[in-house]
Ligand binder design. Structure first.
Ligand code: PLP
Length: 398
């Protein structure tokens, strides 16, 4: 596992200790949950000292900050190798507040067309009402991105890897192209986690996570985070003060606890997903598999250069239609049918019946979603048992 620069500690050690003080109030080992809406001042003099910036590190009001949330933010910054990070009540609160902090009326934003659909909806169907223009470019196509940049482009947004096809774009080239044009870059690295990919090391400005997924890791909490350089994070934090999307301290505790086991969970998920992808690729009922750890994936070489593991999501298409694919999904005993990914429990879905349900088969195909497509987000169950379950379900429903 690569060592990160800041302290020479590995990602595994940072997941456990990163961002944490050596000693805590009341000598607790675990991070305390600071369950409070506001914070008191000893005296008027203490209040005035704080307002004049001379009050040491402390909080003022719950919407502006919380010590439990702050520890979580420091841990993510330590993991991503960035100056700082800021936490929100959901991944979408992190995405929307961050984008709003960077654009104004007349700005132009470029999105890779396969970025998270609600992010796309926010930019193309909401920000456009306030005079922010946008252009969609094909997945991972940096030549198309270069052509799309204009003097008013402020921001480029992509996911890495993307949902559901696990596209991985060349982040170093993206960062270099955008820096030269003074355009900020934002990568939603939810699928990767800092265990597999640290976009800031490749010159990306902002790294966004739906912490609901791998960071929390237990399918029991909604959260979002963004990591980056001090100047951008303080802009985003200031806007969070206004828009009000701060993470709740109980939820912050859960994400912080989840991150303690992030490295072991993700390494297990990487190994299971790789084995599952290989088993699926060898099965006659499977038409195609999209997993960046397979040599057949169009971005396998880029993924090998950038990533230390390829993630826990395996997307595949069966020879079949909507109904026969549904029969296979129903025959799997391990994964539960649900949206989301990244937790300890395996989850399975047919994108055609989940995110794209309202479209007809033809409309879905036009956006690249076939009826026979399955997304399998592996959990931390035993690899061999999980694969045996999938192979049995394929054979039973052939
Ligand atoms: N980004 C990605 C890649 C996601 O998969 C999701 C949720 O599915 C989000 C952002 C939004 O996160 P949340 O559901 O925590 O708001």
């Amino acid at each position: 596992m690569k060592r990160t620069q800041e302290s020479g500690r590995t990602t595994e050690s940072r997941a456990v200790h990163g961002g944490e003080a050596r000693s805590r109030a009341l000598d607790t080992l675990a991070e305390p949950i600071a369950q409070t809406a506001t914070y008191t001042f000893e005296s008027t003099a203490a209040l005035v000292a704080y307002m004049e910036g001379d009050g040491g590190e402390r909080e003022e009001y719950g919407r502006y900050g919380n010590p439990t949330v702050r520890t979580l933010e420091r841990k993510l910054a330590a993991l991503e190798g960035t100056d700082d990070a800021v936490a929100f009540g959901s991944g979408m609160a992190a995405v929307t507040t961050s984008i709003l902090a960077l654009v104004k009326s007349g700005s132009h934003v470029v999105l890779f067309s396969d970025c998270y659909r609600r992010t796309r909806q926010f930019v193309t169907g909401f920000l456009d009402r306030f005079g922010v223009e946008s252009t969609l470019v094909p997945p991972a196509d940096i030549d198309a991105l270069e052509r799309a940049l204009t003097p008013r482009t402020r921001l480029v947004v992509s996911e890495a890897p993307t949902n559901p096809y696990n596209h991985v774009l060349d982040l170093a080239r993206l960062g270099a192209v955008c820096r030269e044009r003074r355009v900020k870059t934002m990568i939603d690295a939810t699928f990767a986690t800092p265990v597999n990919l640290r976009p800031a090391e490749h010159g990306i400005d902002l790294v966004v996570h739906s912490a609901t997924k791998y960071l929390g890791g237990h399918n029991d909490v909604l959260a979002g985070m963004v990591a980056g350089p001090e100047n951008l994070i303080s802009l985003i934090r200031d806007l969070r003060h206004v828009l009000g999307g701060i993470l709740d301290p109980h939820a912050a505790y859960l994400v912080h606890r989840g991150i303690k086991t992030l490295a072991v969970r993700v390494k297990q998920q990487n190994a299971t997903a790789q084995a599952l992808a290989e088993a699926l690729e060898a099965h006659p009922r499977v038409r195609r598999v999209w997993y960046p750890g397979l040599a057949s994936h169009p971005h396998h070489d880029i993924a090998r250069r950038l990533m230390t593991g390829f993630g826990g999501v395996v997307t595949f298409a069966l020879h079949g239609d909507l109904a026969s694919t549904g029969r296979f999904v129903d025959a799997c005993r391990f994964p539960r049918i649900a949206p989301s990914l990244g937790g300890v429990e395996s989850l399975i879905e047919q994108p055609a019946l989940m995110s794209f349900f309202e479209l007809s088969s033809e409309q879905r195909l036009a956006v690249g979603i076939s009826d026979d497509l399955v997304r399998y987000a592996v959990g931390i169950e035993d690899t061999d048992e999980l694969i045996a379950d999938v192979l049995r379900a394929l054979d039973e429903t052939a």
